[in-house]
Ligand binder design. Structure first.
Ligand code: AMP
Length: 106
């Protein structure tokens, strides 16, 4: 079990408004935005990093990117950056896998 801040957000221990949620992922605003739009797409499954992905997570990872596409489309974003920081050497600070969605437009 992960006890990261994102697990607490997913469990409701840390109250957070979700931009989108379903049975596999939640999407919420980054608390320290680095762009006009800065969302985090986070699987409910507490996978620490990309390094820890298992073959069975293939569908989940595909779902994460389709959710990114759909949320961005709903927000009217025509372009954006998707970023995954992997491990301490990759600049990852929260060890619960997540995808950053960044856009200079909001
Ligand atoms: P990373 O460096 O890829 O692990 O990114 C972690 C991100 O989580 C950072 O951009 C933080 O600003 C963000 N973050 C940390 N705590 C919270 C929180 N409680 N709510 C929303 N975003 C958070």
């Amino acid at each position: 079990m992960s006890d990261s801040v994102f697990s607490k957000i997913i469990s409701g221990e840390i109250p957070t408004d979700f931009v989108y949620e379903d049975d596999q992922v939640v999407v919420f605003k980054d608390i320290n935005p680095k762009a006009a739009t800065h969302l985090l797409i986070v699987p409910r499954k507490p996978i620490a990093t990309v390094i820890d992905l298992e073959d069975e997570d293939q569908e989940l990872m595909g779902h994460i990117f389709l959710v990114a596409r759909d949320v961005a489309k709903k927000m009217g974003l025509e372009g954006y950056k998707l970023q995954i920081n992997v491990g301490e050497h990759g600049g990852q600070e929260v060890f619960h896998l997540h995808v950053h969605l960044l856009s200079k437009f909001s």
